[in-house]
Design a protein around this ligand. Structure first.
Ligand code: TEU
Ligand code: CA
Length: 557
């Protein structure tokens, strides 16, 4: 079947974490005017779409993922006028903007929740999920994602409310049609402002089962996933959203779908299903979980990584569309996790970019990845800001008996703050991010790793990303070609083919610090892009990536 052409398949998305991108007024917090100042940089990079993490009114217990007013801009980030200007200036440059839609939960300071917790019955009572105590305790044993119980007692209503994340993020009750109508109206309002789509936060968690029994014990609490992920009515709600909102606009919609397998993803993003364009599959980022979930120091297993990518690439073929990312604001830095942030920093950052951008799907670049920013690796607990990291420290060290030293290592590898440090613009004070003092420390590597330096070096990681992005426009095979995994058994090489209309690309990537013999290395085929200046024969050098382009017969696999 011929793949349907869509702008959102051809696009490259750049994710901005506004708090850490660029501060325009010296208060140490990034803001919309700061993003405006950097639009020309994004044009230079060549991206098509900006996804901004939440910019709405929020008390910031979870940096904007706890929203108290969906139609107001966070004071620290600016005003609605600033937003309109940013949208206009972006569109002028041919860049689209998609916003983060966080509607599984609101802030506990949202007026709906303030009303919902009132003693006296009112229309907002059913906007959230309330349950009576069971034997004087929580309604069940479910644990929240950020630690502790998923239930919080409210003195006024004398009941518990449900929160999958922090107690400051109560879950909305999607079963209530009034809640859905309010959300749909808010979405239409934003689309009428001219935005180009939504990234939907934890959208596969909005429908819960009717069964509120205890979950299987996972550490100190019961696992709520089977009761809350991909719940019984989630597709019904999304089809309603599609019908009442999404189908009226030519937009990009991408749903974050934790723990959703391929079959589930086909339902969310099946071309014929009228739900979403694509989902973020986070399976490769969730790899290597252990006794304490993500908090461990297990190394990445390349074979497993390839199996995951291979499965998604091959199984969504013809039925859905992939998103491609190595990282985001919840993950460690790509080069630190999947590459090498020491000796082979530059080669491995370029290799990872090649490996991802040549696959089939829409690539997402997380701010700073294009210059090879590394993990923060904070030495002191005081440097961490993230609610998840701090709660995990408390729970694991103070309650589960993990040592301080071990936990500090886990945080260095996995904390979300690793990717939330200020964008490194230049070698000046605070990396050119702020004139004041930043809300989270700038990391020490900025004199070497920054935009200004890499703009002037032709062989920089930044200029390599520019070439990759430009190639996507020149070569339809990169967007629409068939995908076929090669060397499945190799424990050091990630290789695959793409084919379209008589053009074949062979992508060969060495994921190790060792020279590796590889039969796919060609001495004659023409090279489309590579992270080494010269060719070697029969071997791949450390973190080498090469893309060969050949004419082939037929073009179909
Ligand atoms: O993330 C979903 C989510 O569950 C993550 O918190 C994930 O489990 C964790 O970060 C991995 O360590 C989304 C947002 O991307 C995240 O920033 C929010 O904190 C969360 O939802 C709640 O809105
Ligand atoms: Ca600011």
């Amino acid at each position: 079947m011929e793949e349907q052409k869509k702008w959102w398949k051809e696009a490259v998305v750049y994710q901005i974490y506004p708090r850490s991108f660029k501060d325009s007024n010296g208060d140490g917090i990034g803001d919309l005017r700061g993003i405006l100042e950097k639009l020309d940089y994004l044009s230079y990079l060549g991206i098509d779409v900006i996804w901004m993490s939440p910019i709405f009114q929020s008390p910031n217990h979870d940096n904007g993922y706890d929203i108290s007013d969906y139609q107001g801009i966070m004071d620290e980030f600016g005003t609605m006028e600033d937003f309109r200007l940013l949208l206009k200036e972006s569109h002028k440059r041919g860049i689209k903007i998609i916003l983060d839609l966080v509607v599984n939960h609101t802030s506990d300071e949202h007026p709906w929740f303030i009303k919902s917790r009132e003693e006296k019955e009112n229309p907002y009572w059913d906007y959230y999920i309330w349950k009576p105590a069971k034997n004087g305790k929580e309604p069940n044993n479910w644990g929240a994602w950020f630690g502790g119980s998923a239930w919080e007692y409210d003195e006024n209503r004398k009941k518990y409310y449900f929160h999958q994340f922090s107690p400051h993020q109560p879950d909305l009750n999607w079963k209530n049609p009034k809640v859905r109508e309010e959300i749909f109206a808010m979405m239409r309002w934003w689309l009428e402002q001219g935005i180009d789509g939504f990234r939907m936060d934890v959208i596969n968690m909005i429908s819960k089962t009717e069964d509120y029994s205890d979950g299987a014990l996972k550490g100190l609490y019961g696992d709520l996933s089977p009761y809350c992920m991909n719940g019984p009515q989630v597709h019904e709600y999304l089809r309603e959203m599609h019908e009442k909102v999404l189908c009226r606009y030519d937009i990009m919609t991408i749903g974050e779908a934790m723990e959703a397998g391929v079959e589930e993803a086909k339902k969310y993003a099946g071309a014929a299903r009228k739900e979403l364009n694509m989902v973020f599959q986070l399976e490769h980022l969730d790899m290597g979980r252990g006794q304490y979930g993500k908090w461990n120091d297990k190394p990445v297993n390349l074979k497993e990584l390839k199996e995951i990518f291979g499965k998604w690439q091959e199984e969504l073929k013809g039925t859905g569309w992939n998103s491609l990312c190595w990282s985001n604001h919840d993950q460690p830095r790509a080069v630190s996790r999947f590459g090498d942030d020491g000796t082979y920093w530059e080669a491995s950052a370029k290799m990872l970019a090649t490996c991802l951008h040549m696959m089939r799907g829409t690539p997402f670049i997380y701010q700073g990845e294009e210059i090879g920013m590394t993990n923060a690796g904070f030495q002191k607990l005081e440097d961490y800001r993230d609610v998840e990291s701090l709660q995990a420290y408390q729970e694991l060290v103070e309650e589960a008996g993990v040592s301080h030293g071990a936990m500090m290592e886990y945080l260095k590898l996995k904390s979300r703050d690793n990717a939330r440090t200020p964008m490194q613009w230049n070698e000046e004070r605070q990396a050119g991010f702020t004139e004041g003092s930043p809300w989270i420390p700038v990391i020490g590597s900025y004199p070497e790793i920054n935009v200004h330096k890499q703009r002037s070096e032709e062989s920089s990681i930044l200029n390599y990303y520019r070439r990759l992005i430009a190639l996507r426009r020149e070569k339809p095979v990169i967007v629409y070609g068939d995908f076929h995994m090669l060397l499945k058994e190799s424990e050091s090489v990630f290789a695959y083919e793409r084919k379209l209309d008589g053009v074949k690309l062979t992508v060969v990537c060495n994921f190790t610090t060792q020279e590796t013999p590889c039969g796919l290395v060609s001495e004659t085929a023409s090279i489309l892009i590579s992270n080494y200046q010269d060719r070697a024969s029969g071997i791949l050098r450390p973190y080498e990536a090469v893309v060969y382009e050949e004419q082939c017969k037929g073009g179909r696999l």
